[in-house]
Ligand binder design. Sequence first.
Ligand code: ATP
Length: 414
Amino acid sequence: MTDVDQLIAKKVADRYLKREVLGEGTYGVVFKAIDTKSGQTVAIKKIRLGKQKEGVNFTALREIKLLKELQDPNIIQLIDAFPHKGNLHLVFEFMETDLEAVIRDRNIVLSPTDIKSYLQMTLKGLAFCHKKWVLHRDMKPNNLLIGPGGQLKLADFGLARIFGSPDRRFTHQVFARWYRAPELLFGAKQYGSGVDVWAAACIFAELLLRRPFLQGNSDIDQLGKIFAAFGTPKASQWPDMIYLPDHVEYQYVPGQPLKTLFPMANDDALDLLSKMFAYDPKARISAQMALQHRYFTSGPPPTEPALLPRPPPKRESIDSKPPSEGGGGGGGPTVLSPSKKSKRVMPHQHDHGTETSGPAPMSLDFSVFAARPPARPTINRFRIIYNFKLLCNVADRSHLKRKLDLEFQIPEED
Ligand SMILES: Nc1ncnc2c1ncn2[C@@H]1O[C@H](COP(=O)(O)OP(=O)(O)OP(=O)(O)O)[C@@H](O)[C@H]1O
């Protein structure tokens, strides 16, 4: 960065008053902040740029700009992005809780119309992204954030694509696996929006069961769990399966009736679930078509977001007074001592076979949900399938880079 760039970045950074740390994810720390310009509470994700000495590269800026333009009521809004002290800061709208917290909260009863509402918002966000040729690739309940008005919004996308996949501890892979489509588990290199629909089906199943549906402890085991539930796929069901790089033959097992797996779901819900869980990605229902399924168009309508049951805001700060009431120091950003990241304790792993070999529980098993499972780490991949080379056919790249840099830095009005 040039001196001028640094000056601008500093000015932008001064705009946000840091509050407490909300947690740490794959790419770095997320903290709460107040936008002194708008008075709005925001969440800032500080991304370590590590060895990238030149800062954010051209492609990264372009992709971040694209994410910034991805605006929909069911997509978390990227408000701003700016470099500061060698880190990239992404400013998002602040959200109170997430779907994982809703599913795990033993005090919450989810009615069929509540489930319908959460699934509808998930699919709306997905359909919007897919229409823009963007895949999420890391759909899971803790990436579905919930705002103060009950709106569910897809979060945590694009970062691996932009910054590369960081080294992940083993646990980081574990939970993401549960939502992975069979074509990914068989090593598909080319895949499409169907991977997100499969993950959304797993989330739908999890809303019905109140526990993760297919909890594989390795990729092979994950496929085993899937096949035990739905039956080993036949060539007629998924003709391209045998051409996938990591395809291996599995012993044939028949599937179980969906009604046995989800006794609490009605016929429309089961029909939609079966279409979202289609083995062949080409035959899998799209997010857009799923929204038109009779599960949504008939029967009782989805619950209004504001009326959805939610846990108390988990991100309530004990020191979240507005900046004028203190905490901001001399006007510059102040980092309050980071609150300890709340450790989520893994409940005893129940038998991995139970969810597929026997009837699913109809009510909450409090012994399982008494403790929150650990944060499910993210693969954080929102795959952008635009052809950027086309978009970026500009003679003066450095000029455009500077233009993009500036677009993300809204200098303060003095
Ligand atoms: N927009 C937001 N509003 C409020 N809290 C947020 C927001 N974005 C992230 N958080 C919180 O910050 C913490 C870290 O989030 P982050 O997305 O970086 O990682 P994660 O989802 O916990 O883990 P991983 O990156 O491994 O998936 C989490 O507790 C998350 O709920």
